[in-house]
Design a protein around this ligand. Sequence first.
Ligand code: WTA
Length: 654
Amino acid sequence: MSDKHHRQIYQPNREYAKDARIKNMCEYQDLTRWAEEDYEGFWDSYAKEKIDWIEPYHTVLDESNTPFVRWFEGGKLNVAEQCVDRHLDVRKNKAAIIFEGDRGDKQMVTYLELYYNVNKMANLLKNEFGVKKGDRVVIYMPMLLESAYAMLACARIGAIHSIVFGGFSAEALRDRIEDAEAKVVITADGAYRKNKPYMLKPVVDKALEGKTPVEKVCVVERNGEDITWVPGRDYSYNELIKQQSPVCAAEPMDAEDPLFLLYTSGSTGQPKGVQHNQAGYILWAQMTMEWVFDVKENDTYWCTADIGWITGHTYIVYGPLAMGATTIMFEGVPTYPDAGRPWKMVEEYKINQFYTAPTAIRVLHKMGENEPAKYDLSSLKVLGTVGEPIDPPAWKWYYEEIGNSKCAIVDTYWQTETGGHMISPLPGATPIKPGCATLPLPGIMGEVLNPETGEKVEAYEGGYMCVTRPWPSMIRGVWGDPERFQKSYFGDVVKDGKPVYFTGDGAIYDDDGYITITGRTDDVINVSGHRMGTAEVEAAILKHDDVAEVAVVGKPHELKGEGIFAYVVLKTALDDAIYSDNIDMMKAINGVIKKEIGNIAVCDQMLFVPGLPKTRSGKIMRRILRAIAKGELITQDTSTLEDPSIVTTIEAMV
Ligand code: WTA
């Protein structure tokens, strides 16, 4: 079957749908209608059913001060209790987390063991380091069980964690520590990648040089490599944890107390600390786990993300544990020792739901086309993707070779700011189309709007992906900057006189009302599913002494989705002959980027140009630079530029 534009449609697997939580489109539509007709009643019902409240709330939603909304006001809960304690009656001996190390080492913790480990770590933070409710704790960790303990321990005592991805540099870590004014850092000596140890603690040492708000550093000893210990500041987790009691009372938290911060890139140079709060976040994490992955009591679920990103927060730790699932944590890389590693793990653990990013699918396809056939993948029921648009060839390989044409692919569209899935197929209900996130989940008022009029666009017209009503797991603020929160998300699109949440993404409807995300409309690029602000990369490049000016754009990349392309103007002009091919300079500049941000932000291509196309008022015309990078024809009128000839000069250099 195909739609009017010849896109193939795949119906849900009927056998599977029989036992799915949402079994068909009628059920989906009933839920959607319920939310539309009685928004608060809908959320009230789920909040009562899903959350173990310490004290009930009195107001479902308070919108009197939008966009600063409040959900479930008056309610008290503890997210660690929601994720751990409440399961002890029914599933204390069930595997909560299964850890697989890079070198194949394995560990499993049951819900009861998780309870003890989280409590011990909570006691450690409280008693040894003096961490109190509301304090910020930075977690700079590899993928380890202790990373999950640390998150839940913070939640248990009401501390606000801020995880910094282990690939970020000391400078980037320092910025995040300072912005959050963190008192404690939890880290590891290092971990293993491709059978070799790599280090994290030295990066922390560097980040803490000079003045810092950090008083204590807790070091999980994972790889046993030599590290420096600063007396009075650095403590071994492995030593201290032995003395901690396995019982720790959970702090009753207000529904709207902050749960965590997670820094993400925006269109300005400074990353923003996205704030999520307690009740709304955990409610939606759990509901989407149940609806979208449809995990059953005896299932084993694996999300390959890193806990340093929002996907790792919501869909490795909080969501799966809130629903009482068995979740896998993997330390290694998917292509080591070969590109069959994930499929080997699927066979070994009998994985039922597998969730990864398009960039990983493309790499696994390219490097190991024949690997899936070597393993028994018949346990798989649902396959997920996230982070960037998935191209139809990658989608088809995933569907046919991994899912054996019987598993639903849930192309989940969401963001750090949304806390959980927004637009996604439901595996038992939604007919799917390659590369298409399909329909908003029940309760999510996602609409593609015309940015000028605020009206819903027609099919194939294209517009801005917006959400017209606040939802429970919506970002609650940008840490320390309420104005930036308001301006970043509620400034661009106005519907019926009210500013609505704008995601920053463009999208289109097809004839069936399905939504396809077309990518960012702002200066954010998506490298291997990771968000990078062009302004952030530019600010790093400008730190190189020889650089006068720079403009960074995204360029389509076969494996990464988008690669980073920089146009650099040097202070001292280079010889014409070496302009476009200055490897040493590119290496030096990438070195600065590694130091300022980390490896994930290095440029794939750099062009040393004599100038940049600018308007007379000095604004860099990025649209032109994007087109040149893609090798597209420039259709735009360039006569208004300060120096139109620069466009032809640059075009000739590419
Ligand atoms: C993009 C990741 C197309 C989008 C959870 C969004 C997607 C940004 C999809 C958020 C998808 C995420 N299809 N694009 N299924 N999922 N994106 O904050 O541009 O790291 O704005 O959250 O990734 O990235 P973030």
